[in-house]
Design a protein around this ligand. Structure first.
Ligand code: SAH
Length: 222
């Protein structure tokens, strides 16, 4: 990997990234810190070289193992919802995938704790983020339905795959004043992105918008 690989040229250049940022603004992303993080993060290094010319389209793309890298708008929308509702010291991410959302979060919080159930993706994400010199991330290969109890409570939790209902264990690992963004739905065609805000034993839920995520799956895949 050479320097050009990370900075990008042509369809993967900073200029192309700038156009993505303009598009996110047009779609309603307002938070400057989020926009800056998208601008500074080369998305093409997270996906297969054969698809890198499409890296800055605002669309989900395959990353192998039947999984996808989330659409930039959704990454930005979820991050903005967390950032604007409270503190971001310790953030738990369920579904590391290729690590793109992890990279965005790493620029906006002190420590990201990220959990992935597919070993190959977990390993690849560690490698890519290491190459990008991102070091405030802790990785766990495990079933994210259980959260990451040893490091709880978390100021914020982001779930990047959809369970049929909000897992109790994740709610329990939210700090007082903590927030979670999570896609929830029985089927892939009927999911809603929900913001959960904890105050003591109260959990206030707000629907953000309709979304389409891969399902949150139990157990691990070696
Ligand atoms: N944030 C990722 C999105 C990846 S897609 C990105 O930006 O690329 C969702 C990811 O959630 C997949 O990698 C999938 O393997 C993972 N996943 C699904 N169920 C899981 C579970 N129970 N625990 C941890 N990860 C899970």
């Amino acid at each position: 990997m050479n320097a050009t690989h990370f900075s990008g040229i042509g369809m993967t250049s900073a200029r192309t990234r700038g156009r993505l940022v303009q598009r996110l603004i047009a779609e309603g992303i307002t938070n400057q810190q989020v926009l800056k993080a998208v601008e500074d993060t080369p998305r093409h290094v997270f996906i297969d070289e054969g698809l890198s010319h499409r890296a800055y389209e605002d669309t989900a793309l395959p990353i192998g193992m039947g999984q996808t890298i989330s659409q930039p708008y959704i990454v930005a929308r979820m991050t903005q919802a967390l950032l604007e509702s409270g503190s971001m010291n310790k953030v738990l991410e369920i579904g590391t995938g290729c690590g793109y959302q992890t990279a965005i979060l790493s620029k906006l919080c002190k420590t990201v704790f990220t959990v992935e159930r597919i070993r190959a993706l977990h390993m690849q994400a560690r490698k890519t983020l290491g190459q990008l010199n991102i070091h405030n991330v802790q990785y766990l290969f495990a079933d994210g339905f259980n959260g990451w109890q040893q490091n709880a409570p978390f100021d914020a939790i982001i779930v990047t795959a959809a369970p049929p209902s909000i897992p109790e264990k994740l709610m329990a690992q939210l700090a007082n004043g903590g927030r979670m963004v999570i896609p929830v739905g029985q089927t892939e065609t009927a999911q809603e992105l929900i913001l959960v805000e904890r105050q003591g034993d109260e959990f206030k839920k707000t629907v953000i918008e309709k979304v389409k995520f891969v399902p949150l799956v139990s157990g691990v895949a070696r």
